[in-house]
Design a protein around this ligand. Structure first.
Ligand code: GSH
Length: 319
């Protein structure tokens, strides 16, 4: 296995590697003294995975009419932020109006000079708040959720114990999801071959994490307690989607139905209207009526989904 085939904590939008042969634990690899990048052996994501940071091409980011500019894609990490923004708007917080621009990570948009200025880590989501004299950039989905919660005074408890619980679960997600995405999802669904050892290792950890959540949700309506918070918004796009069978086609393999409280919580959040809207923003796969490639106005959900816009009309491209 090539070391260049490392992956971020994301389910990619590319087609899964369903034809991967099953390989037992016999694969061997002797690392050389100094690792060298084998570009040709990068697996499904060799076009975007590379061992260096920085931009690959000059391209400014577009700027729309609102104070908040989001550069993203509807992967679980992206959905966290669009759900939060739609939840804030549903609460009547008009300052949360935003422009959401599409970043096609499969095409390398995250490596443009403009995007790297917004996020030196070259991963969606990235937010730029242009409310003040100097634009404020925020990257890392957890930091963006916290930034928005503090800016608008919503979805983050103020009472110290409740706030600590909420932040603990928020950061639990940030630390745990890479085992689910970059570990389980990668080896179960996307790796060029199916190796028993990593699949076992990450399945074990993923099931342990689901059990952590299930126990917590047995006697709490939401993950941080009685209220719906940014912790739910961070966790649901990953573990809710997993439970509902939307990522990695792994619900049966992981027996997610047996985590009854996780299922109840996942379905409850799935039914929220702002969550339904948040899931549509920057989505480029699935039902055309649920794909809103870019969002610049609340009315876009009605008029600019992919089933309604003609080819080349209603979408603005980056680059
Ligand atoms: N810890 C980061 C992870 C972000 C991340 O992994 N984003 C993925 C999509 S979900 C990405 O942009 N990947 C592009 C790449 O790896 O080149 C966060 O939560 O914001």
């Amino acid at each position: 296995m090539s070391a260049a085939n490392t992956d971020s904590d994301t389910p990619k939008t590319d087609a899964p590697n369903t034809d991967a042969p099953n390989t037992g634990s016999g694969a061997t690899y002797t690392p050389p003294k100094v690792w060298a990048w084998d570009k040709e052996n990068g697996g499904q994501f060799s076009k975007t995975n590379r061992p260096t940071a920085g931009h690959t091409h000059e391209q400014e980011l577009p700027v729309g009419k609102h104070k908040l500019q989001l550069y993203s894609l509807a992967t679980p990490n992206g959905v966290k932020v669009t759900v939060m923004l739609e939840e804030l708007l549903a609460k009547g917080i008009t300052g949360a109006e935003y422009d959401a621009w599409l970043i096609k990570i499969g095409d390398g948009d995250q490596f443009s000079s403009g995007f790297v200025e917004a996020n030196p880590n070259s991963k969606i989501p990235a937010l730029v708040d242009r409310s003040g004299k100097t634009p404020i950039r925020v990257f890392e989905s957890g930091a963006i959720l916290l930034y928005l919660a503090e800016k608008f005074g919503a979805f983050l408890p103020t009472e110290p114990a409740e706030r600590a619980e909420c932040l603990s679960w928020l950061f639990w997600q940030m630390g745990s999801a890479p085992y689910l995405g970059g570990g389980f999802g990668h080896f179960y669904r996307y790796a060029p071959e199916r190796w028993e050892y990593p699949i076992n290792r990450y399945t074990m950890e993923t099931k342990r994490q689901l059990d952590v959540m299930d126990r917590r949700l047995t006697d709490h309506e939401y993950i941080a307690g009685a209220d719906y918070t940014i912790a739910d918004m961070a966790i649901w796009p990953w573990y809710g989607a997993l439970a509902l069978g939307r990522v990695y086609d792994a619900a049966e393999f992981l027996d997610t139905k047996s985590y009854r409280h996780v299922m109840r919580w996942a379905e409850q959040i799935d039914a929220r209207e702002p969550v339904k809207r948040g899931r549509m923003v920057n989505r480029t796969s699935g039902d055309l009526s649920e794909q809103l490639h870019e969002r610049h106005d609340a009315s876009d959900f009605e008029h600019r989904t992919q089933d309604k816009v003609q080819e080349g009309v209603g979408t603005e491209k980056i680059g």
